[in-house]
Design a protein around this ligand. Structure first.
Ligand code: COA
Length: 168
C-alpha cells in the first residue's frame, strides 16, 4: 500500500490485486479513458478500442494486475509472452489517479511478473506520450515499431534488461 497526492489533491491509498474475468468491461473502459489523456480524437480512440478490449483469453495467456482505491480500479498492468523476451502489453492509469505513484508500482509489478516468466528482456511498444515515463523507470530506447492500429504510425520501442537484476 502507498499514498501520494494526486493532481486533484486527494491521497490515493492503492492496493494491488489480480483482477477477475468479470471485470473485463470495466478494465477495457479504463484503458480507453486513460489513452484519451494524450488528446487523441474520437476516430483514433475508436480505432484503438479492439486492442484495448480485454477478453477471457487475457486471463489465460497473460499476467494481469490492477491497482485499487477502495472498491474502484484505478490502474491496470499486463505482461505477456514467454521465453527470454516478454512484453509489457498494457499499463493504464485512471486519469485522475495519475501522478500518485501508481504507474511506478504497476511497472515494478510488470518487472517482477516478467522475471517470474523467466524473461531476460521486457519490451514496451509505448504510446509516445508515455515514453518518458518508461525512460524514468529505467527502460532504454530500442528503435521504433509500426503501430498495429494505424498504418504508417510508428511507436517508440523501449526495453528493460532483466538479466542484471536491475531495471537499467
Ligand atoms: C504513463 C502513465 C502510466 C504514468 O503513470 P502515473 O501513475 O501517472 O506515474 P507515477 O505517478 O507512478 O510516476 C512515476 C514517475 O514517473 C514520472 N512520470 C510520470 N508520467 C510521466 C511522463 N509522461 N513523462 C515523464 N515522466 C513521467 C513521474 O513524474 C514520477 O517521477 P518521480 O520518480 O520523480 O516521482 C500514466 O500517465 C498513464 O496511464 N498514461 C495514459 C495511458 C498510457 O499512455 N499508458 C502507456 C501505454 S504504452
Amino acid at each position: 500500500m502507498n499514498g501520494r497526492n494526486t493532481p486533484i489533491g486527494r491521497i490515493i491509498m492503492s492496493v494491488l490485486r489480480t483482477p477477475q474475468p468479470e471485470e473485463a468491461a470495466v478494465l477495457s473502459d479504463l484503458c480507453l479513458r486513460s489513452k484519451a489523456i494524450w488528446g487523441y480524437d474520437e476516430a483514433f480512440l475508436e480505432a484503438c478500442r479492439p486492442a484495448l478490449t480485454l477478453t477471457a483469453d487475457d486471463w489465460t495467456d497473460s499476467d494481469l494486475q490492477v491497482a485499487t482505491d477502495g472498491e474502484r480500479i484505478v490502474g491496470l498492468a499486463q505482461v505477456r509472452g514467454s521465453g527470454n523476451h516478454v512484453e509489457l502489453d498494457k499499463l493504464f492509469i485512471e486519469p485522475e489517479a495519475r501522478a500518485a505513484g501508481i504507474g511506478r508500482r504497476l511497472f515494478d509489478w510488470c518487472v517482477a511478473a516478467a522475471r517470474r516468466r523467466g524473461a531476460t528482456v521486457m519490451t514496451i511498444d509505448a504510446d509516445p506520450g508515455a515514453a518518458d515515463f518508461y525512460r524514468r523507470m529505467g527502460a532504454v530506447d530500442d528503435g521504433v515499431v509500426a503501430s498495429s492500429v494505424i498504418p504508417g504510425r510508428f511507436l517508440p520501442r523501449l526495453k528493460v534488461d532483466l538479466g542484471s537484476g536491475t531495471t537499467a
